[in-house]
Design a binder for this molecule. Structure first.
Ligand SMILES: Cc1ncc(COP(=O)(O)O)c(C=O)c1O
Length: 364
């Protein structure tokens, strides 16, 4: 039933940080465990982020850290999750985790979820009695859709599964439960021999991949679906929009018909994991020259120039871990106040840019 390679891991996980940040403390990887009766395991009550930290000449640099942590807080707000976590604290914790791990590049995974109060357990759907908890883990991760994909592109299909509808499961929140829909899309694509699936929204317009936003290039113009097409407000998507502005490439956010995918000159995915990945065919229909197109290549070049620290970004997009004030060796709540002030300060020197970009992604 399954092709053999479908069961293989998506990507290798060569190195995992030995510690995990948990509600203000650093704990051992092996101690980062939950009770099987935790609310999240049964009812999907988690929100999370995926953040990349890039290797640069100035040491590891976290890409758009504040925007990611702000989206985490936004997701928690949508799901009425009450918790004590603050933006500066989360940013400081992520930076400290990378510093302590010794990793030069990694993927960061903050997650907040409803767990179990073992003294007063609650097992119903009602989430309110269950305590919130927050973890951040880190590991070194390769290219999500494969090393070759960045140049050669990937073969994808339009999924028979629709994306979530805005009034059922809001795609604007990065909630763990949304990824059951993503898993259906991904499994169908993989079992049919594709690298990824593109979901349509409930009206039949193009929405996004299982874990990526999508862009189309036609007649020199870049088009991407609006938030109204049930997409996650992707931070890489926002970065590409800003890069297009800088390169003076015309860009519009507009509903896209499925057939327009087949007629595109170029297509590409964006995402923290996928970065900027060209698409060379959809439903076995060749896109452009069946390889990375010139507009995609220009955008990729600028994107990777920025993430490697070799090219200035349109805003304070990189948080340099070694240049953020490091914390004392002891763990606990005490150190973070000092450190998070520093991380907050670095970003707030250009805070209006950061706030603007978050604002734009929520209201288009
Ligand atoms: C469903 C979905 N859409 C889009 C994206 C891209 O978002 P970002 O660029 O913020 O990683 C992701 C990845 O997080 C995703 O899971």
């Amino acid at each position: 039933m399954f092709a053999d390679d479908v069961r293989k891991k998506d990507v290798k996980t060569p190195t995992i940080a030995k510690e995990v940040w948990h509600d203000g403390q650093f704990i051992e990887w092996n101690d980062a465990r939950v009770h099987v009766m935790s609310h999240v395991l049964h009812y999907g009550s988690s929100v999370f982020e995926g953040i990349r930290c890039y290797k640069t000449q100035r040491g590891p640099a976290v890409f758009r850290l504040r925007e990611h942590m702000q989206r985490l807080l936004n997701s928690a707000k949508i799901y009425r999750m009450e918790h004590p976590r603050q933006l500066d604290e989360l940013c400081g914790a992520a930076v400290e985790l990378v510093a302590r791990s010794g990793l030069q590049q990694c993927y960061l995974r903050p997650i907040m979820f409803r767990s179990l109060d073992e003294e007063h357990p609650a097992f119903g759907v009602n989430p309110f009695p269950n305590p919130m908890t927050c973890y951040i883990g880190a590991w070194d991760w390769g290219k999500y859709l494969g090393e070759a994909a960045i140049e050669q592109g990937v073969d994808v299909c339009v999924s028979s599964w629709q994306r979530l509808t805005p009034n059922s499961m809001p795609a604007m929140a990065k909630a763990g439960a949304n990824y059951m829909n993503s898993q259906l899309i991904k499994m169908e694509a993989l079992t049919n021999g594709y690298a990824e699936g593109i979901a349509l929204d409930d009206r039949g317009y193009v929405s996004e991949g299982s874990g990526e936003n999508i862009f189309l290039v036609h007649d020199g113009k870049v088009v991407t679906p609006p938030l109204a097409s049930s997409i996650l407000p992707g931070i890489t998507r926002d970065s590409v929009i800003q890069i297009c502005r800088e390169l003076e490439i015309p860009l519009v956010e507009s509903a896209i018909q499925r057939a327009a995918l087949y007629l595109a000159d170029e297509l590409f995915f964006t995402g923290t994991a996928a970065e900027v990945t060209p698409i060379r065919s959809v439903d076995r229909i060749q896109i452009g020259e069946a390889k990375r197109g010139p507009v995609t290549e220009r955008i990729q070049k600028v994107f990777f120039g920025i993430t490697s620290g070799e090219r200035p970004a349109p805003g304070p997009w990189l948080t340099y871990v070694n240049e953020s004030k490091t914390a004392p060796a002891e763990t606990g709540n005490g150190f973070r106040a000092e450190q998070s002030r520093e991380v907050g300060k670095a970003a707030s020197s250009n805070a209006s840019d950061t706030r603007d970009s978050i604002h734009v992604t929520l209201t288009e």
